[in-house]
Design a protein. Sequence first.
Length: 554
Amino acid sequence: MTAVAAGFIVSYGPNLPRWDDFAMVDVLVGTQRVTVDWLWSLHNEHRLPLPKLILVLLSRISGNDFRAGMFFNVAALATLAGASISIAARRPGGCRTCDLLFPLVLLNLSHSTNLLWSWQVQFVASTVIAGAVILLIVSRADWPGAGTAVVVGLCLALLSLCGANGVALVPALDCWLLAATIAHWRSGRVGGKRRAFIVLLAAVPGIVLTVLYFKGYHPTAQHPGAGELEAALRTSLQFISLMFGTEAPHFWPASGMVALTVIATSIAILAFVAIRGRPNERPRALGLLCTFGAMGCLALGMGWGRAGSGEQSGFEARYVTLVAPLWLIVIFTWDIFTSEIIRRVALTTAFSAALILIWPFTSTAIEAARNLDRQADQFLADVKEGAPIHVLTRRYTPILHSSQDVLAEKLAQLRTAHIGAFGKIRSDPPFREAQLPVTPADVKMARWENGTAYITKVDPSLHYILPSAQRICGIRLKYSHTNKVGGPAHFRIMWTSVAGTEPGPAQVYSNWSLPSGQNKVTTLWVEDTVKEFWLQPDNQACEFSIGEITLLSH
């Protein structure tokens, strides 16, 4: 499984930054130093000191190879799979065939989105650290000693440095250390109170960092809130159903119901052991219950934070890796706490299902990877043929990034720093500039007064007509924007080459994170013949003032 995942990256991994990868460009080119402020700064709703440090280190070791994070992700998941097999082998009877479940669930190509994206070190790091905590919990039946508690505490502190997906896991996992503190204090054993004190201290860093995480925190406006509890719960269940990988949406809602049943049954087994089962297994059962609680917090947080993005928002393929620790908990629960017959039936069923799903996971991943590989090859071919920055920006938004402004800026930085193939990019030629009156020919779903569009309904448009069709490289727009939520504008431009015709798919550019505020500038690269165009300032109530419209051409 490790060889297949690594070979997948060798075959299809693009040596190009994509989307969030561009957040590292300032450090790579030397315009941003690696400081505490930069490490702790928010990226969307995430603080990512640990993933950022890992990516900086990998970049410097690899000579700025953008695939370094991809190989790290494979190595990290393979390490967790190997460690899981090693811990499972300690039971009486040693290794079993069903132990192959660990690499099957951790290294299958359902994780391909994260395997082919270096930035996803963030998701992989939190998953592997959470997996390490699970292994520490199941490695012994008794309460953790001082050494184990210190390692668990370190893991929880590191989780707090992996973004919101890591922070969500910390409180419930810390509860296990707090329970261990109480158990050691009441044990009456020699040195019990000293161990209790050490275990308590081990729990502190994770709690402190979690509290500090929210100091100065503000949610991103890019992801609207759930709005309704039903939507949040639906998204949470979709997230959990990704236990069955990228095939889960095809069997929804059955996939969600099966996942929920497996989890609920596992929790019932652990609760029985903790309350009425073997007393010597109570610490381990409580520990696994805490891990279920941690994953539940993550699922609920994901539901609340992403439900507003659409009815299918819980099915994002990159979330498959975040859900993977659920499999570790379920496997160890049924392996440790059920009878031999039940264990054999349950784990053999899970093993068989994992084998059956391997092919659809693989075929779907390869199809998407081939498409990404073609796009990467085409980008490099365009660079070799001398395409300037604005042409590359027009062609590869949103393949490389959703914002033309960001992509153009970062390509210029990489070109100046001579990093990889980007050093061969041709700079933009001088442009001729022509001013266009800011007053539109007509407006829809809005009111126009003195250079300002007052948007009152969804999907407004400001219609502009050029005196004659002409070849345009770009349209520079000076604007001011405010809306009720204080978030970015969900902006769109559409254009046609012939009056009275509908825009084609290639004649639309959307930037749903256009910066809000006063006296902003954006350049809309169209690289096409334009006769008329339509601006959608936002898709919600807002005020959008236009100070200047400049047509750029050769």
